[in-house]
Design a protein around this ligand. Sequence first.
Ligand code: NAI
Length: 287
Amino acid sequence: MAGIEGRVIVVSGAGGGLGREYALLLAQEGARVVVNDLGGAKDGSGAGTAMADQVVAEIRAAGGEAVASYDSVATAEGSARIIATALEAYGAVHGVVNNAGILRDASFAKITEQEWDAVLQVHLYGGFHLTRAAWPHLREQGFGRIVMATSTSGLYGNFGQCNYGSAKMGLVGLMNTLALEGARYDVRVNAVAPMAATRMTEDVAPQDVLESLPPAFVSPVVAQLLSEECQDTGAIYVVGGGLVQRHALFQNKGVRFAEPPSVAEVAQRWAEIASLDEIAPGVNPVG
Ligand code: NAI
């Protein structure tokens, strides 16, 4: 099998924005797509079937294969039903794009526990539940491709998005471990930090910036990460407006002390310890 042709790929949050774009392109490339969307508002309130149905109709009208799923990724039961939809419709699941998301922006000084929880539930718990429901099937068939939607708000921080940034970095942590645990089953797990004009970003950037960020610049990279040929795992790509960049964590060359240093000795070497002039790849020293 080449590329993603014939693959069964579940895209969460595919009723609009980036997820819709992913679903349309994946179907165009020959994948059979589960278009999952809860169909609610940007803040996660409400629900409905129209968003997912609309994208499925578009795919079918273009001659592609797709089926709708209206469950929430935020619970184990909802995610199990989404994967069951793939199995019932197409008898398999090969790929998962953990794309569903909501926003409840608030500064750390003002954020409520409810705003924190709601965002973690959809992004981080959603990624956990949906991936966990697919995982045994991927392992058993010895093939799987997973894409996490992360964000520069997590990688670099963003004012007013402590909940969202934490959830998005949580997905990177999940990816790092799943990349290790999935490797011998040819289950590859990567992350994309997209930048695109959608309802999520419509009021956070000026119009001319948004016009330079059509979601169509992101979807081909997601398709590549879902392909059989792509052997990468545990990598993060920042993608938007025509630019595709790999993002990575590094450590500097470091300072080694033969004996436990005094506080003064640490202070004395601090400029060298903190310097990023000489870098080495960041690896887990104990794992
Ligand atoms: P969007 O709001 O257009 O799409 C998110 C979709 O997820 C919506 O269709 C929504 O109905 C669905 N959804 C929400 N909660 C759900 C749940 N519990 N279960 C199933 N579906 C649910 O936003 P956009 O921009 O397309 O975002 C897609 C992903 O990309 C999100 O994870 C977002 O955090 C991420 N992202 C987007 C960026 C951008 O520039 N647009 C920047 C960085 C990350």
